[in-house]
Design a protein around this ligand. Structure first.
Ligand code: AMP
Ligand code: ZN
Length: 434
């Protein structure tokens, strides 16, 4: 079956906006059935009929993660509980998790979006798809599973971890497409090497789908080089289903947001005013095709920009740039605002640097410092004092240039830094709290 939904994916802006308005009105009718939005609409005097253009969406107040948490678990539920068939939740480190409920319609719509997204990168029903992802409350497992089945590929629900087994599965069934988080790929490559295999020739892989965590273009290039195939960026969040919100097409020039199902805005996170296309701000999303749990003008805390202009693939759905960071993963060190991805971008450009790093923030003698532990590719370098010195000085200069703070650098052997279970943790903050 073809998941190139041409009429939708290449619709003119005017048609798309008309369609979005219709869907917004339906969404608002569902939303009004939830406790939270019912209260909000009454307070603000909003009725679904009063929306005459999609731009009227700006009349709705933003929804935040705190709103979802404070109304946990059923405050946002907009249909009868007997019609809900699944929930997914995103584990916060503190407090209530964020939970999203789905009815049959919602899961159907989501599977369609994933099938469309996979098709966009070139996956076809003749492919063999291995989903290297946790199955469970995390959306990457079941989300991709049902989407891939919808597309009609042979799916291997491999789950996360056990790299030797993953490689065996790839070889036994001639896997051609894998989906995983980017920070897992270097680890997988190490295991290939331990098994005396070169991933570029030992498999039939042709497409990698990577997402769910921030990574730089430099990291993507490394992944492509190590695996010998193209890697496509997949963006999503539990509050908007999970994966299948925005996806790169074969052009690899930003991720198309599926605007028939999500309304996109970029705002200034401080003033909450809209930001013009091309400028970086906080991504705000509204579900346009969800019944059980609509979420309106959700502040994702993810920082990105709309990429101006048209995509060579002819799709008209606007593209967002790769996520620069989250408003809550920025840290302030000696008055400078720093995102971990700024550091990653520098490190991954330096050929001697390996694929893993960790940023430690510490207070030493009353001074806050950034210590970056960096794995080197070739451990022999650590025995060569002058090369070690030179590399250290180079990293310090490049990082200082980018973030305006002078870091301390600790070069360590490959495979010595801790690997996270699931999404990578890049920063540990041990600073004294004043
Ligand atoms: P969760 O709902 O727990 O899966 O987390 C969703 C969050 O993961 C998003 O809000 C982003 O911060 C991050 N994320 C998901 N996909 C990407 C991606 N492709 N690039 C960068 N960050 C991502
Ligand atoms: Zn495109």
């Amino acid at each position: 079956m073809s998941y190139w939904e041409k009429d939708i994916e290449t619709a003119t802006r005017a048609n798309l906006e008309r369609f979005q308005l219709e869907r917004l009105q339906t969404t608002l009718k569902f939303a009004k059935q939830s406790q939270y939005y019912n209260r909000l609409f009454n307070k603000e005097g909003l009725t679904p009929e009063s929306f005459k253009s999609i731009k009227d969406i700006s009349k709705i107040p933003f929804t935040t993660k705190d709103d979802l948490r404070e109304n946990f678990p059923y405050g946002f539920l907009a249909v009868d509980k007997k019609d809900v068939i699944r929930l997914h939740s995103s584990s916060g480190t503190t407090g209530n998790p964020t939970v999203i409920f789905h009815n049959k319609h919602d899961l159907d719509s989501w599977a369609n979006l994933i099938a469309r997204s996979m098709y966009t990168t070139g996956v076809r029903e003749t492919d063999v798809f291995q989903n290297i992802c946790g199955y469970g409350l995390f959306t990457g497992g079941l989300g991709f599973q049902y989407g891939a089945e919808r597309l009609g590929v042979l799916t291997i629900p491999a789950g996360a971890g056990n790299s030797r087994r993953q490689i065996k599965l790839m070889q036994d069934y001639d896997t051609t497409v894998i989906h995983t988080i980017p920070s897992y790929v270097p680890h997988l490559v190490d295991v290939f090497r331990e098994m005396n295999l070169d991933p570029r020739i030992a498999t039939h892989l042709r497409i990698l789908l990577i997402g769910a965590e921030p990574h730089t273009e430099e990291t993507r290039l490394r992944i492509q080089e190590m695996m010998g195939v193209k890697a496509f960026n997949s963006y999503g969040l539990t509050e908007m289903n999970g994966p299948g919100v925005a996806f790169e097409c074969e052009a690899q020039q930003g991720m198309h947001v599926w605007e028939d199902c999500f309304y996109v805005e970029i705002i200034n996170p401080e003033t909450l005013e809209p930001i013009v296309d091309g400028e970086i701000g906080e991504l705000v999303l509204t579900t346009l095709d969800r019944q059980a749990n609509p979420v309106l003008r959700y502040r994702t805390q993810d920082l990105t920009r709309i990429i101006p202009g048209n995509c060579p693939c002819s799709r008209t759905h606007r593209r967002i740039d790769r996520i620069k960071g989250r408003t809550d993963d920025m840290f302030i060190l000696r008055g400078c605002n720093i995102f971990p991805m700024q550091v990653e971008k520098i490190l991954m450009k330096i050929p001697e640097v390996g694929n893993n790093y960790m940023i430690l923030l510490e207070t030493n003698n009353d001074v806050d410092e950034m210590i970056i532990e960096v794995e080197v590719k070739d451990s022999l370098l650590l025995d060569n004092y002058s090369r070690l010195e030179k590399l250290t000085r180079h990293i310090i200069a490049e990082v200082r240039n980018e973030v305006l703070v002078t870091p301390k650098i600790k070069l360590v052997e490959t495979n010595t830094l801790p690997k996270s279970e699931g999404k990578a943790i890049r920063v540990k903050d041990f600073r004294n709290q004043y």
